[in-house]
Design a protein around this ligand. Structure first.
Ligand SMILES: [Zn+2]
Length: 385
């Protein structure tokens, strides 16, 4: 199975500067692509031909930018075909992650050599970084497929590895499950046997709110300092450290939340999971407050973690459109918003709002429409940490 790990590294000052330069050059490639496409729409092959040999980084790293650009365009196209208003890539960048594909790097002992290829007929000196023991341990006996230089509070390496293991055999059962990802209840799930679980993300939310507050404080202090003063530098460093710490905390909580769900799904012998796909929610709702809330909520991470955690235990995940799943009454089909813990309809139907949403998603997945599937038997609450 493929997996991406992020790692710190050490290197000398000269190589560090060259790494920063790599990401600036990759951004130039990106900007050039935007320019070329604005003139005239070109195919991926044409772009690659036009960019060849122009930049002093590995030719495969240049190709990787083209690949990512084309992938982003395809994603936008499919979103637009589904009626969303996504924009094609347009923003110019100052930095862009540089990627080294399989033959662009070599791991020798604890040293990773990143090749810069040949530029103007001359082979360039590779960049050498040192990996920490914890990363080396993870890399033992696995295949390294790709390395990217990313910004995560500081420069880090994102390494794509393949442990060569097949993913787990598919679970054999007819239990299916619908899940609803949300901000307050992080995950609400309902399985076809009638059990429900609600995993709350209050702690996650409070950590995120605290992070926002701290960020605002730093920005306020920074706005009062002179550019390039010692105090500015000090504050920036402190801000970066704070962000790193909080991000690690958030990542940890996200893992805990998704892991709890997977454990529950395994216990209930779930074979297939339908998840309401909230992609596009962010773009459809224009109100700023809503947008702020959604961006903090970060469902993308939960979806990403669920995807690989579920496939590791042989559970199938299917994304379905969750249009009106929380608002529709499964008995009479009327729609209305729900403002408290229970969803109540004028026809007499009532259910816990989060379980109600998850059950509607299950119904959408199984039958393609919202109706009653199974009565709710058991409801379990889990608070993460
Ligand atoms: Zn009703």
């Amino acid at each position: 199975m493929k997996q991406t790990i992020k790692s710190h590294f050490k290197c000398n000052r000269e190589d560090l500067n060259r790494l920063f330069a790599c990401n600036r050059i990759s951004a130039l490639v990106w900007n050039k692509i935007l320019e070329l496409q604005r003139e005239k729409l070109r195919s991926k092959g044409d772009l690659q031909r036009m960019l060849k040999g122009l930049y002093p980084i590995n030719s495969q790293s240049v190709q990787a930018v083209t690949d990512k650009y084309c992938a982003a365009c395809l994603a936008t196209k499919s979103a637009r075909d589904n009626g969303l208003a996504n924009k094609y890539p347009w923003r110019h960048k100052r930095n862009y992650p540089t990627t080294w594909k399989a033959d662009g790097f070599k791991l020798l002992g604890n040293r990773l050599k990143l090749s810069l290829g040949i530029f103007a007929g001359k082979r360039q000196k590779p960049i050498e970084v040192k990996l920490p023991p914890s990363t080396l341990k993870t890399l033992e006996g696995v295949k390294l497929q790709q390395v990217s230089l990313v910004w995560d509070g500081w420069l880090k390496l994102a390494i794509v590895i393949d442990d060569g293991k097949e993913s787990a055999p598919a679970v054999q059962s007819d239990v299916t499950c619908g899940i609803d990802l949300g901000e307050i209840h992080s995950i609400a799930a309902f399985e076809s046997g009638g059990n429900a679980i609600i995993i709350t993300g209050r702690l996650l939310r409070s950590v995120k709110q605290y992070q926002q507050k701290k960020l605002a404080e730093f920005d306020k202090k920074l706005s009062k300092c002179k550019a390039n003063s010692r105090r500015t530098k000090k504050l920036r460093r402190a801000k970066r450290r704070m962000l790193q710490k909080m991000n690690a905390r958030i990542r940890d909580l996200n893992h805990k939340i998704t892991r709890s769900f997977v454990t529950w799904a395994v216990e209930n012998k779930v074979a297939k999971v339908y998840v309401g796909n909230p992609e596009g929610v962010q773009r459809k709702k224009r109100r700023r407050v809503v947008n702020q809330k959604l961006s903090r909520w970060n469902f993308g991470k939960h979806l990403e973690y669920l995807t690989y955690k579920l496939s590791a235990v042989g559970i199938v995940l299917e994304k379905i459109s969750e249009a009106y799943s929380t608002q529709t009454c499964p008995v009479c089909g009327r729609r209305h918003k729900c403002n408290n813990r229970n969803y109540r309809c004028s026809c007499g139907y009532t259910a816990h709002r989060d379980v109600h949403g998850a059950r509607n998603i299950l119904s959408l997945g199984l039958k393609g429409r919202i109706s009653i599937t199974t009565p709710i038997k058991d409801r379990k609450y889990l608070r993460t940490a």
